[in-house]
Structures are given as C-alpha cells and as structure tokens.
Ligand binder design. Structure first.
Ligand code: 5GP
Length: 190
C-alpha cells in the first residue's frame, strides 16, 4: 500500500524569501505535487491560466464555494483565493507531498480541516529590522504602503508560533535543509 502523502503549508510574512524557499523545496522533492488555486485576481503578464492559477470571475468562485468544491478559501487584498479539494485529497491519498503557498489564515485553516495530514511551517526573518531592510531593497512599495505592510506584519508575528515548525530564514541553504528535514521527519512518523 502506498503510504499517505502530506500537505505542507509553507507560509511567512512578505519579504521573508518564501518564493525562493518554495521553489527549492519543490525541486528537491520528486514526490512534490503542485496545487493550482482558483482566484478572482487578474493574471499578471507572465502568468498562465491553469498553471499559476485558474483565473475565474467572482460568480464562478462563489459557485465553487456553494458546491463545496474548495478545501479552504480566503479574501486577500480584495481578491478571492481558494484550493480545490478533490485534487489535493487525491494527491495525498496517492502519497504525494502537496506544497502550499498560503497566507497565515489559510495555513491555519488547512491545519484545522486536515489536522492529521498537514504540516505547517512558518518562515520568519532573523529580525523585524532585517525584514524592513529586505522589503525596502525589493522596492515594490512606496513609504506609506511599506509602513502599513510592516504594521500588519508586526501584528501577525505572535500567530506564527501556532505553526508546527518555525524556521528562521537567515541562510537560504540551511533554511531549505530544515524545511526538508521537517517534511522527512513528519513522513517517517506517519
Ligand atoms: P498573489 O496575488 O500574490 O499571487 O497571492 C496573494 C496571497 O494569496 C499570497 O499570500 C498567497 O500565498 C495566497 N494564496 C494563493 N492561493 C491561495 C489559496 O488557495 N488559499 C489561500 N488561503 N491563500 C492563497
């Protein structure tokens, strides 16, 4: 019998380097399976429908909620995001590691919905000062937007302690190694 797979939610404040860690973790795991979320947000120029997201209008998204097709969903910056339940459950039953990139609440919701199948990992910066420096360097926000974002990030900080693992991203290789160790250890225990 194939051992059950695992849902791994890797989340963290913006600017922590989540995207890079996700890419490295997926590349290192042959059994990784990518879930494609539904969203009402418009595609960015580089994004492909069905690959990055399934881009739908709001009535279609609301119908998916009503039909019970989503494992969880959230509203983020005015848009809806949700994870189709059947493909994810099928992938776990087939022994796949489903790596999910969610915001804080989505991560905690998945843990609540599938407590025995989910590992939640919080990626945190070495300090708020370092995060501020990285966000400034990234330069995607103006001063006011950056200040607002930092306020949200500071308010969220205590909630990351509710995750199964908290990993500090001060060195990329070490951080990816710790994420992979946490996944391997959880799978061994199942
Ligand atoms: P973006 O618009 O930048 O692609 O995504 C915005 C936020 O939505 C990110 O924090 C991303 O992790 C989160 N997100 C993407 N898909 C889902 C989903 O299916 N469920 C939840 N809860 N969050 C999602």
């Amino acid at each position: 019998m194939t051992p059950r797979g695992l849902l791994v939610v890797i989340a963290g404040p913006s600017g922590v380097g989540k995207g890079t860690v996700h890419a490295r973790v997926r590349a290192a795991l042959p059994e990784a399976w990518l879930s494609v979320s539904l969203t009402t947000r418009s595609p960015r120029p580089s994004e492909v429908d069905g690959v990055d997201y399934r881009f739908v209008d709001r009535p279609t998204f609301e119908q998916a909620i009503a039909d019970g097709l989503l494992l969880e969903w959230t509203e983020y910056a005015g848009n809806l995001y949700g994870t189709p339940v059947t493909p994810v459950d099928d992938a776990v039953a087939e022994g796949k590691v489903v790596v999910l990139d969610f915001e804080l609440e989505g991560a905690l919701n998945v843990k609540e919905m599938r407590p025995d199948d989910t590992l939640t990992i919080a990626l945190l910066p070495p300090s708020m000062e370092e995060l501020q420096r990285r966000l400034r360097e990234r330069g995607t926000e103006g001063d006011d937007a950056l200040a607002a974002r930092l306020e949200v990030i500071a308010a969220q900080m205590p909630h990351w302690q509710r995750f199964d693992r908290v990993i500090v991203n001060d060195d990329l290789d070490r951080c990816v190694g710790e994420v992979l160790d946490a996944i391997a250890e959880t799978r061994r225990r199942r």
